[in-house]
Design a protein around this ligand. Structure first.
Ligand code: NAD
Ligand code: UFG
Length: 333
């Protein structure tokens, strides 16, 4: 299939483009490079032996999207979004405009070009504060604690309504847990601007000596060691999940929701220890106050993805840390 990949230069998008090429699909990337660098396109070419088609454009530009979608596109994987939780609190309009506005513009362009297959990047954040663990897809959508989270809840609703109005749409909604790691080659990975908000990229910068120490946000949660527990998933496993969802549901109209995680939680301290082992570096940390809006623990029930998509994860926490460290510590940057 010829697959339009919005946000395909970014962290998860670039790994998915690699997986698409490896699975014999033809990705067409569209990205405005607001949070990524064009050099990634060349590196995808080095990994796969095929430099993907790339268009620098904004998904809110309906005219460009309609032109792109009309050029033989069979399906779209929609990653393009802003994702910094703190920034979304400070500038909510930017997030509603880019994420919700961008999704609406892209969907109308796809529909007018007759493209009715879309894989959507959602997030475990839509569950809010979990009442019960593990989280299953049938649990109710919760209350978001920030505008970024609300954009994901709103976009999921837009997609459900779209399918009610036009039943031809096939829409796998993938709720990611905590994507981390990098391509095992060390050629592509996560490259956050400034001081990272998320745990693994922060830990990586401490290991690399760019930051002093990790601040552990709370050690008084009702978890085995008191620190927050999350379901970390290797970005390559996550990427493969998109290909499975695309293949299984390509001629299967409906809205299909899947959790993508490993089904296992790890604490902040476990992750720090695993990263120390992977990097061979000491990672100093300090316990500080809880971060507002954080939940104690979150991990997925992944049975549905396993039974419907035949998908499960291959990589564990040690691989996630090893591949992240290979990316952070090495060439090509
Ligand atoms: P990323 O920032 O690395 O990638 C997003 C890409 O989209 C970037 O290359 C950016 O330049 C591009 N983009 C943003 N707005 C655009 C626009 N209007 N037009 C065109 N391109 C645009 O982020 P990521 O971690 O790869 O996340 C991809 C998707 O997965 C996002 O939708 C994100 O909300 C979702 N998600 C991410 C996580 C996570 O922890 N990384 C967790 C759950 C869900
Ligand atoms: N943490 C620290 N110190 C840090 C950063 C994080 O102790 O410097 C802790 C957090 O308190 C939490 C855990 O590490 O217990 C993971 O935090 P992340 O920020 O890495 O991830 P979150 O689960 O908070 O959030 C991520 C994405 C959100 C997304 C959510 C659910 O950042 O965008 O997963 O998918 F919505």
């Amino acid at each position: 299939m010829r697959v339009l990949v919005s946000g395909g230069v970014g962290f998860i998008g670039s790994h998915t483009v690699v997986a698409l090429i490896e699975a014999g699909h033809e990705p067409v990337i569209v990205d405005n490079l607001s949070n990524s660098d064009e050099s990634v396109v060349g590196r995808i070419g080095e990994i796969t032996g095929h430099v993907p088609e790339f268009h620098k454009a904004d998904v809110r530009d309906v005219e460009s999207m309609t032109e792109l979608a009309g050029a033989g596109i069979d399906a779209c994987i929609h990653f393009a979004a802003l994702k910094a939780v703190g920034e979304s609190v400070a500038d909510p309009m930017k997030y509603y405009d880019n994420n919700v506005g961008g999704t609406i513009a892209l969907l109308s362009a796809l529909e007018s070009a007759g493209v009715t297959r879309l894989v959507f990047s959602s997030s475990a954040t839509v569950y809010g504060d979990p009442e019960k663990l593990p989280l299953t897809e049938s649990m109710p959508i919760g209350v978001a604690t920030n505008p970024y989270g609300w954009t994901k809840i709103m976009m999921e609703q837009v997609l459900r309504d779209l399918h009610v109005a036009n039943e031809e749409w096939s829409i796998p909604i993938l709720r990611y847990f905590n994507p981390v790691g990098a391509h095992p080659s060390g050629m592509i990975g996560e490259d956050p601007q400034g001081i990272p908000n998320n745990l693994m990229p922060y830990v990586a910068k401490v290991a690399a000596g760019e930051l002093d120490h990790v601040r552990v946000f709370g050690a008084d949660y009702p978890t085995p060691d008191g620190t927050g527990v999350r379901d970390y998933i290797h970005v390559v496993d996550l990427a493969v999940g998109h290909i499975r969802a695309l293949d299984v549901h390509s001629d299967d109209p409906g809205v299909h929701v899947y959790n993508l995680g490993t089904g296992r939680g790890h604490s902040v301290l476990e992750l720090i220890k695993a990263y120390e082992e992977a990097s061979g570096r000491k990672i100093p940390y300090e316990i500080v106050e809880r971060r507002p809006g954080d939940v104690a623990a979150s991990f997925a029930d992944v049975q549905k993805a396993y039974s419907d998509l035949g998908w499960s994860t291959e990589f564990g926490l040690a691989d996630m840390c090893a591949h992240s460290w290979k990316w952070v510590s090495g060439a090509p940057r």
